[in-house]
Write a protein that binds this ligand. Structure first.
Ligand code: BV8
Ligand code: ZN
Length: 244
């Protein structure tokens, strides 16, 4: 299923960049947002409505409920073979950079040291007034924590530290990802439908700069035509087969 020439090309690459999306966590049990012809809806709201900048202003309590629900699901889940393989690649390649659209923290849980989290993290809250953040890792599942959380520094209300639709991505994170995309010889596009920008644009940057772009996905996506090849299948099955 993977061409020998592709395996060779990847093994001999010096600079590798990987862009991941929800599909990389699917085999851990994390639901994807799109794919299979459907899109996630929560309490009657499409996810791009509940996960939007406007919703933070309109109904912060509902935003917390949505992210608390998802954090509750994630607490029980573990990284899969795709996450662990990519963590190994960080050690094995000269220059390896991974940028993820996921907020689930599973790349880091698999041991990847330097993860570029383009859309932030579900495991942190951020103060709406002073911008300080705090970890939500220690909140226990059983108790009902204060919502919205209150900032320990200024007493302001906090929001989930994620990038919602209509919000800017953290400039330094996006910049580092774009630089890595620009200099890579091989770019992997793994488990993303490739419709959310500017993240999807990273694959375009890599392609334009001359990289060989390999997509891993069971379905065709908005980026398939741009990619030099699409390996059809589950990330957790395909990635370990490269045996880097
Ligand atoms: C911005 C965090 C500038 C929160 C997310 C037109 C109209 C309106 C807006 C826009 C527009 N054009 C562009 C925009 C901007 C918008 C955008 O791109 N919209 C698109 C959708 C139309 N982008 C933004 O708003 C971004 N910010 O542009 O700022 C700005 C701002 C203000 C003023 C001026 C300028 C911010 C985007 C960030 C959104 N946040 N998440 C949360 O999680 O709730 S996005 C959301 O989609 C997800 O969280 C995820 O991060 C992201 C991408 O999804 P994917 O990861 O690709 O997942 P998906 O489910 O789609 O696909 C899964 C894939 O996996 C499928 O292909 C499936 O086949 C595959 N798969 C399944 N199983 C496996 C697998 N693959 C491999 N192995 C498997 N086992
Ligand atoms: Zn504060």
């Amino acid at each position: 299923m993977i061409r020998e020439s592709t395996v060779e090309r990847v093994r001999s690459a010096k600079n590798v960049f990987a862009l991941t999306g929800a599909g990389v966590s699917a085999e851990s049990g994390v639901p994807t947002f799109r794919g299979g012809g459907g899109a996630t809806v929560w309490k009657g709201m499409p996810f791009d409505v509940i996960s939007s900048a406007q919703m933070v202003e309109r109904d912060l309590a509902a935003v917390w409920e949505w992210f608390d629900y998802r954090r509750g699901v994630l607490r029980e889940l573990k990284p899969n073979a795709a996450h662990t393989t990519l963590a190994e690649w960080e050690e094995k390649f000269n220059d390896f950079t991974l940028a993820t659209q996921n907020i689930d923290g599973l790349h880091a849980a698999a041991g990847l040291k330097d993860v570029l989290e383009l859309h932030g993290t579900i495991w942190q809250a951020r103060c709406l007034a002073c911008d300080r953040s705090k970890s939500l890792r220690d909140e226990r599942g059983g108790e009902q924590p204060q919502r919205p959380p209150v900032c320990g520094t200024c007493g302001g209300e906090m929001r989930p530290d994620v990038v919602l639709f209509g919000e800017m991505l953290p400039a330094n994170v996006l910049e580092r990802a774009a630089e890595a995309a620009e200099r890579c010889d091989v770019c992997f596009v793994i488990g993303t439908s490739g419709v959310v920008y500017p993240a999807a644009g990273l694959a375009e940057i890599a392609k334009r700069a001359g990289a060989y772009v390999i997509e891993i996905n069971p379905e065709r996506t908005a980026l398939s035509d741009l990619c030099d090849e699409t390996i059809k299948g589950q990330a957790g099955e395909i990635l370990p087969r490269f045996q880097i």
